[in-house]
Every structure is written in C-alpha cells, then in structure tokens.
Write a protein that binds this ligand. Structure first.
Ligand SMILES: Nc1ncnc2c1ncn2[C@@H]1O[C@H](COP(=O)(O)OP(=O)(O)OP(=O)(O)O)[C@@H](O)[C@H]1O
Ligand SMILES: [Mg+2]
Length: 265
C-alpha cells in the first residue's frame, strides 16, 4: 500500500502518496499553490500581504522562506497550512483542492486536514500555562491520535504509546529533566523546544515552522536546524520553515524569498 487514505466520509477522501516515485508524478507534490492573493482591508486602505504567489512543494522537500519583516511570510505559510484562507487563488494539498473554484471545504474537513496532516510551530509557542511540559506535548492527542506502527506499543494502548513518543521527543530535545515543569518555569528556548515536540507528536506529513529559532541562542538554533534536517531525511517529513537566520535557511533544499508579498527568485 503506497497511499495513506484519510477518510472524511464515504465520498470525501484525501490521498497523499507516502512513496515519492518520479519528480514529474503529480502524486509527489505535497502542496500546490496557484496565484494566491491575500488582501487585508483596514477602512479604505488595502494591504496586499500575499500577491499572486504560485509555488509547488514536493513531498519530502525541505523549503525555507526568507524575506524582510512584513514581506508576507507568516500570511503565506498560514494559508499553505490551511489556517487562513486566501482572498483568491488555488491551493491543493496532495490531490485535494482546499481553496479555489467550486464549493469551499467544510470547516470540519479543514479541521481534519490541520489535525491529521500538519504539525505547526509558532513563534509565540502558545503553550498552556497550567499544563506541564509533557501534558502540553500530548495535548494534540486529546483531539486526534495518529495510528502509526511505531507508536503502537503493547497492542493498542495508544495512550502509553503517545506518552512514550512524547517523552522520547523531549529527550531528543534535551528536555528530559523538565517534563513536569510548567511553561512559566522555563526559558524562552526551552518553551520553544516544547512547541517543537508538540508539533511532532502525531507524526505530521507536513511541518510548518514560523521562526522556530527566533528565541534560541545560536547553539540551540543549530540543534533545531539539525533536528529538522534529520526528520526530513529519515521520516520524509515535508518542512516549510520561515526564518531570519541565514545559516538555518541554508540547511533547506530550497530557499524561497518573499518581497512585498511576491516570490522573488
Ligand atoms: N490581520 C491583519 N490585518 C491587517 N494587516 C495585516 C494582518 N496581518 C498581517 N498584516 C500585514 O500584512 C503584511 C505581511 O505580514 P506578515 O505577518 O505576513 O509578514 P512577515 O513576513 O511574516 O513579517 P515578520 O518577519 O515581521 O514576521 C504586513 O504589512 C502586515 O502589516
Ligand atoms: Mg511573520
């Protein structure tokens, strides 16, 4: 079986090929965007944050987005990650048209796509202050637990499996001694690492990271860079990384530069 089928209902499925075959095959494309535009309106003023952006990101590709502050990076990756809708243009994830002509996808289906395909790392962490580190990492599992071979331990005890994966991720990120701490007891860099572990708990197909090292010192930034590269190579994880760090940007397969909402190559 080379296809993961995520069942929405009997007539609505998303097919994402797990094996990349040939680079010309449509099924190797993870994300396809055509003429995406996002206009914000403030009174009579219009801001075109994303302006006619077309791009393809193949399955297993690691792409970094760079560009000056205000160039539209966050707006664009939020649209690519189905967190925001464009004003116009088309977006497909795998074979599924998410935005574009025709009937818009239901919010229920969009939520399913976000939960089951994507992992998100936000610059502001968004950790829950009253939950411990490990509880924050396991939070997405309340809503959805991906059934994957290596997190099925002791038959079907997926709670134990998720807990073990969470602990293993925190250990990999050097946070094994902080599992029972609350976010308020952590440094900015430590909080960021918790956010990284939380984004990976459900083994996403596509990881979106908006300045994941913005709060880390250079040694920790390089570590996160190495971790992303390793996940990309070992697990065929598609990664879209927004960064102002030129060294980190270079660790990707491809750099996309944005200026004034346009892709500038
Ligand atoms: N909700 C909003 N309402 C109005 N304008 C917005 C909104 N969000 C973003 N913008 C504007 O859209 C443009 C692009 O913003 P965006 O946050 O995507 O930039 P960015 O490249 O991520 O910047 P940074 O590097 O500072 O994070 C900016 O001019 C910004 O002021
Ligand atoms: Mg931004």
């Amino acid at each position: 079986m080379t296809t993961d089928q995520i069942r929405i209902n009997s007539t609505d499925t998303i097919d994402i090929k797990t094996d990349a075959i040939g680079i010309d095959s449509a099924n190797t494309i993870s994300i396809n965007a055509q003429n995406l535009k996002k206009i914000y309106r403030r009174g009579s003023e219009e801001i075109c944050a994303v302006n006619e952006v077309s791009l393809e990101i193949k399955k297993g590709e690691y792409v970094s987005f760079i560009g000056p502050s205000g160039s539209g990076k966050t707006t664009l990756i939020n649209i690519l990650g189905c967190l925001d809708n464009p004003s116009s243009g088309m977006l497909s994830i795998g074979q599924k048209k998410v935005f574009g002509e025709g009937k818009p996808l239901s919010e229920k289906l969009l939520t399913k796509i976000r939960r089951e395909l994507f992992g998100y790392i936000f610059q502001k962490f968004y950790l829950i202050p009253t939950l411990t580190v490990i509880e924050n990492v396991l939070l997405p599992c309340i809503f959805y637990k991906k059934e994957v071979a290596d997190i099925k331990i002791n038959g079907n005890n997926s709670d134990v499996a998720a807990m073990q994966r969470g602990a293993a991720l925190l250990e990999m990120l050097g946070m094994e001694n902080r599992m029972d701490h609350l976010p308020g007891q952590l440094s900015g860099g430590e909080m960021q690492r918790v956010a990284v572990a939380r984004a990976l708990i459900n083994k996403p197909e596509i990881l979106l990271a908006d300045e994941p090292t913005g709060n880390l010192d250079s040694a920790r930034s390089q570590e996160i860079g190495r971790l992303l590269r390793e996940l990309n190579r070992k697990e065929q994880l598609t990664i879209i990384l927004v960064t102002h760090n030129p060294e980190l940007a270079k660790s990707a397969d491809r750099i996309v530069e944005l200026r004034d909402g346009r892709v500038f190559v």
